[in-house]
Design a protein around this ligand. Structure first.
Ligand code: ACO
Length: 348
């Protein structure tokens, strides 16, 4: 008797939310000692989206992205089984933003949680949810990457404030028995890098005090040079490892879907994989680094270009340190519904 087909978890729809307000390099020139040329050549960023409404935060953007994703798939919120939100900017330490999303969507039968892995949050959440769907523990899962970085960025610190933007992306995972979906993943953590990129205060080690606020310890802080060096190696190594493990050549890969932190880190990864520019998803120019949202925003932007059976390599590196790569076989022909062409608040 032949083995039953392997059950995998495939992405069957994507959704996104981007705030309408833009923060351009020219705006930043008026705020800190920086300039458009420095930002573009060092990072590749021209503008970012900022969620200005003080009554809205990560769960709001995550809900909007998830809602669009479910609408595109035609799935009712009450039929969702699992919600995982990758984020380091939850609305509150607890309850989890996943709970707020569950309630706002009306996903009355779902359970869920937040996953904290900084810029690798979506990648790690995708693997976690995929295993749940493969095992039959969930019929489907909403995997969301959402961050409101503008709320933890110090807009007097030119070394961080030029890098980040706000946004959310969501995908729906459903079972597949045709060899499509999430096929393999390699993930790594190195906590010895914790001090190189962190939000030092606000947790149980340094709860909020007047002193922590005066010392600006509730803002994200980083040693950019160290992060850069580790990210270049980590993302490229992980992408090369996933290609080798799965016998993929550069010709086999339709797209690299890279975390959008810095154009130079992305270029190094693509070079290591032997990929030409046209095989690299890039939107850093328009959104900056949206932390956990960068990968699903890329999938959303490129959705109409994707064909069933396309090999994608997703790769990320983030604070913590966290990093990894995933081999995904795309499961459907792009619907032509978006992203950037049709989504509300998206660039023209
Ligand atoms: N405008 C103008 N000058 C600046 C700015 C700015 N916004 N920021 C820093 N500088 C100055 C520095 O003060 C320094 O001046 P000095 O030589 O007089 O001391 C000079 O520019 C060079 O600084 P470096 O830090 O060496 O610049 P580098 O080329 O490394 O670029 C950057 C800095 C863009 C932050 C880079 O290190 C980087 O991308 N690191 C990765 C960090 C990152 O992306 N973190 C996000 C989360 S983790 C992730 O997503 C991978």
């Amino acid at each position: 008797m032949s083995d039953p087909p392997r059950r995998t978890a495939a992405i069957t729809a994507v959704g996104a939310y981007l705030p309408e307000d833009r923060l351009t390099n020219a705006d930043l020139e008026a705020m800190v000692d920086t300039n458009d040329e420095w930002i573009r050549t060092r990072t590749g960023i021209r503008e970012r989206r900022i969620l200005r409404d003080p009554d809205k935060a990560t769960a709001f953007m995550a809900t909007e992205a998830a809602r669009q994703c479910l609408e595109r798939r035609g799935l009712a919120a009450e039929d969702v089984d699992l919600i995982i939100v990758g984020t380091v900017t939850p609305d509150m330490h607890f309850p989890a933003s996943a709970n707020l999303v569950q309630d706002a969507l009306g996903a009355t039968k779902a359970w869920g949680f937040d996953l904290s892995a900084a810029c690798s949050g979506f990648l790690f959440a995708l693997t976690t949810a995929a295993r749940m769907v493969e095992a039959g523990s969930a019929r489907n899962a909403l995997v969301i990457g959402a961050d409101t970085m503008s709320r933890i960025i110090d807009y007097t610190d030119r070394t961080t404030c030029v890098l980040f933007g706000d946004g959310a992306g969501a995908v729906l995972l459903e079972p597949n028995t045709e060899g499509l979906g999430v096929l393999d993943a390699v993930h790594y953590t190195d906590g010895s890098g914790a001090d190189s990129l962190s939000q030092p205060a606000g947790g149980s080690l340094r709860p909020p005090t007047h002193e922590t606020i005066d010392a600006r310890l509730h803002y994200a802080q980083q040693d950019g040079r160290t992060v850069f060096k580790r990210a270049v190696v980590g993302m490229a190594d992980a992408a090369a490892e996933i290609m080798e493990r799965n016998g993929l050549t550069a010709d086999d890969v339709r797209y690299l879907v890279p975390h959008q932190a810095n154009l130079r880190i992305i270029d190094a990864t693509a070079r290591r994989m032997g990929l030409s520019e046209d095989k690299v998803m890039l939107n850093i120019e328009r959104y900056g680094n949206t932390t956990a949202a960068t990968l699903p925003l890329c999938l959303w932007d490129w959705e109409s270009e994707l064909k069933r059976g396309d090999n994608l390599v997703l790769a990320a590196f983030g604070g913590g340190f966290t990093w990894g790569a995933t081999h995904l076989k795309w499961a459907y022909d792009g619907t032509g519904e978006g992203g950037t062409q049709n989504a509300e608040g998206a660039p023209e």
